[in-house]
Ligand binder design. Sequence first.
Ligand code: UDX
Length: 423
Amino acid sequence: MRISIIGAGYVGLVTAACFSELGHEVHLVEIDREKAGAIDRGIAPFHEPGLEALLKKHLLRNLEITCEYQEIAGSECTFICVGTPSSPDGSADLCFIRSAAHSIGDALKGEGDPHTVVVKSTVPPGTTRTVVAPAVMEAFGRQDGLITFAMNPEFLREGRAVEDFFHPDRIVIGYSEDIACRKVAALYDGIDAPIVTSGLEAAEMIKYASNAFLAAKISFSNEIGNICKRLGIDVYEVMRGVGLDTRISPQFLNAGAGFGGSCFPKDVSALIHLAESIGEEPRILKSVMEVNEHQAFRMITMLESRIGDLCGKQVAVLGLAFKDNTDDVRDSRAIPVISALVDRGAVVRAFDPLANTAMARIFPGINYYGSAEEALTGADACLVMTEWPEFAQLEDEFDRMKSRVIIEGRRILTCKEKEGICW
Ligand code: UDX
């Protein structure tokens, strides 16, 4: 099928590369010329295993990147994959969605063939029907039934996005006209996964509810972990026993410094805002966020209880990315921790295998090192903020510290004399 994808961010670029691997002819529209130029040369703007290999394989064949919306004419489907960032009040900001919808309608003006507009961005329930469809139709200018709409949320994890695309647990398609559903389902031919069909609004809500539930599992594990620590119980032993109940599942029960990333914090906040705006008090969702915020400060409180006043102390922070295997620092738990260290006058010695450059944009004034060993040299204490597997190999490197105070926010170290945030 000939398809178009709007937005070469994480979701759009991975989706474009993977659909081209499935044999479709893909036109990726990215209005940022510099970004589009780099992608055109086969360079992904972020670290994602397997992505550049797919770009190199398909770019001169069935994948084209362009800055022009006009290129979508002639496609059967257009996916909207633009960002939906948080507004200051926590709600989802739909400005990029609106402008993409308008530009799609405008670009399709002269078309005489049926076209399906598919929303892949995470959007509050009702957005496809009441924001996207009217904006497309207004710019398109005709009500001849040629354009149909669908909502097809993504469940891609950063660092495993390509693998997740080809091996999803399910494919969700929300639709109002049968033809739209059939077209989207046909695009995934060859992928072995159940297809869940629903109304447009239900599909939008499936995405929010899934992310909120996963975030809730993490906050729940963190709360149990905090209680376990006081009782001298290992929360990881506990959650292993809990997770083997098939009604619960072992995943997303790892207690620690809390969740970060581009999705969980943003999506839970948007759902809270949505609930409040319709007169519902989202008690659990608010607690999920509260526990998450609290975990970062728990790292600082623990550190102060071990080494006292932080002013002038050298504190190594190992791990800056919001999780391992990515250079993404969006909403990383290292951010509130570094912020609190800086506020207290500590000297921060940071290291991440991939994310030093990204974090330097947020905290240009702290010290960055090329290895854990260098960051640890002379440090009064060390905080581990990301579950990088290579941190498990660290042992003698800790001997370079002035005093061996090691607090891990992720259960990853194997060295002696360390302490976990909630174990
Ligand atoms: C998430 C969802 O998993 C994905 O389905 C959605 O499409 C986008 O958001 P991602 O943001 O890539 O994916 O990260 P994920 O692997 O889910 O981890 C999110 C955060 O939770 C990380 O900061 C991670 O360290 C933390 N986490 C995860 C825990 O603290 N404990 C766990 O048990 C699992």
